[in-house]
Design a binder for this molecule. Structure first.
Ligand SMILES: *Cc1c(COP(=O)(O)O)cnc(C)c1O
Length: 376
């Protein structure tokens, strides 16, 4: 929560829920990543927050971009990135989109299956490809599970196949799971990656690049290790597993780049109990799962909430959104302590909401408009 955001909100008094992102924080975050891993290129994961203001700022600072779709590629280009600074990192792409991206000059593509590799070979001959390997996501609060990646043995076979298909087998990627609080999670993956590099080298294929993905956490309610600590752990792992033949490396921070730059202002619409004996109050806000707080799914991400009555006695409550869908409850299994004195009409500030909020908001579910956004 920065003074600039507070000043903006008090001067502008926006009506309805809104996200305010302080671009100075994004700028600091980029510098922190660049300094923590000076030999590693940063590919910002566009999906975390694709606002043009964020993308232009990062493009100007020299960032590259990890994209998942044609519109994301177009947004990165519009922000000033050249095609050689864009990776088409989704392992699930339509063949015609691969063809279009290749036509626009994008030359780096992810895959994790034989069929995807064949698509790339057909429409982007000679492209650089990297294979994503499975990671268990252990230690992450928002694990990416088994949806992406293949086992290392399959990665070896497929990269060899890539070479035979006329593609450039460029490297390996992994993602240790988002909001990964264990700085050593990258080490296990890097050990596997180094083994794949060695095996392929024995077969005459020299991989060049390791894409270490995202996972760098944002501080919500608890402290998280500093980016510098991740940088040191990763550097040590690279030295241990690759010795003095270090590969080219890239990281793809999303949450860690923008999460702490945003604050969401919301309003208390209703405070109610379900019976005279009800222990817990229900507090309904004008934003919920469909307004941008989708990461409260399974209560995975627990946001810090500031109220105008902080300092008063607290009592846990069930926190819910305003829509007529019973799934639109933010915290119920683990009720959220809020001041007993909280009143209908109070404005609350939900911090660390710069990542994975704005684009998760529904277009008009129940008539509620998409989340308003301000970039300052
Ligand atoms: C979402 C995503 C990221 C960003 O992950 P964070 O945990 O937000 O840093 C990076 N790489 C890929 C391939 C992704 O899908």
């Amino acid at each position: 929560m920065t003074d600039r955001i507070r000043e903006f909100l008090s001067a502008r008094q926006p009506e309805g829920p809104c996200l305010v992102v302080d671009l100075d924080v994004v700028r600091d975050n980029y510098t922190t990543f660049a300094n923590a891993l000076p030999d590693t290129r940063v590919f910002y994961a566009v999906k975390a927050n694709p606002a043009p203001q964020v993308l232009s700022l990062l493009a100007d600072m020299g960032s590259c971009f990890d994209t998942a779709s044609m519109p994301e590629i177009e947004m990165a280009l519009a922000a000033g990135a050249t095609p050689d600074r864009i990776s088409f990192g989704n392992t699930i792409k339509k063949e015609r989109d691969i063809e279009r991206a290749w036509g626009m000059g994008v030359s780096l593509f992810a895959f994790d299956s034989e069929a995807e590799l064949e698509k790339i070979a057909r429409v982007a001959p000679g492209a650089k490809v990297f294979c994503r390997i499975l990671c268990d996501g252990e230690g992450a609060e928002w694990p990416l599970s088994r949806k992406f990646g293949c086992v290392p043995d399959m990665a070896i076979e497929l990269l060899e196949r890539a070479w035979r298909l006329g593609l450039k087998p460029h490297g390996i990627s992994f993602h240790v799971g988002s909001q990964q609080k264990n700085v050593h999670a990258y080490d296990d993956a890097l050990a596997i990656v180094a083994r794949i590099f060695r095996t392929l080298a024995e077969r005459g294929i020299e991989l060049k690049m390791v894409n270490m993905g995202g996972g760098f956490p944002t501080r919500y309610l608890r402290d998280v290790p500093a980016v510098k600590t991740y940088g040191e752990a990763i550097h040590t792992s690279l030295m241990n597993h690759f010795g003095n033949r270090l590969p080219e490396t890239i990281i793809e921070p999303g949450r860690g780049m923008v999460g702490n730059a945003g604050v969401l202002q919301a309003e208390v619409v209703l405070i109610a109990k379900k019976s005279a004996e009800d222990r817990l109050r229900w507090v309904y806000l004008d934003i919920g799962k469909f307004g941008g707080l989708a990461e409260t799914m399974d209560e995975a991400i627990r946001y810090p909430i500031e109220t105008p009555r902080d300092g008063d006695a607290l009592e846990p409550c069930i926190l819910a959104g305003p829509t007529c869908d019973s799934a639109d409850v933010l915290y119920e299994k683990n009720p959220y302590p809020l001041p007993i004195s909280l009143e209908i009409g109070d404005k609350v500030l939900i911090a660390a909401t710069g990542a994975y909020t704005s684009t998760y908001s529904a277009v008009a579910f129940n008539g509620f408009p998409p989340l308003q956004q301000f970039y300052i």
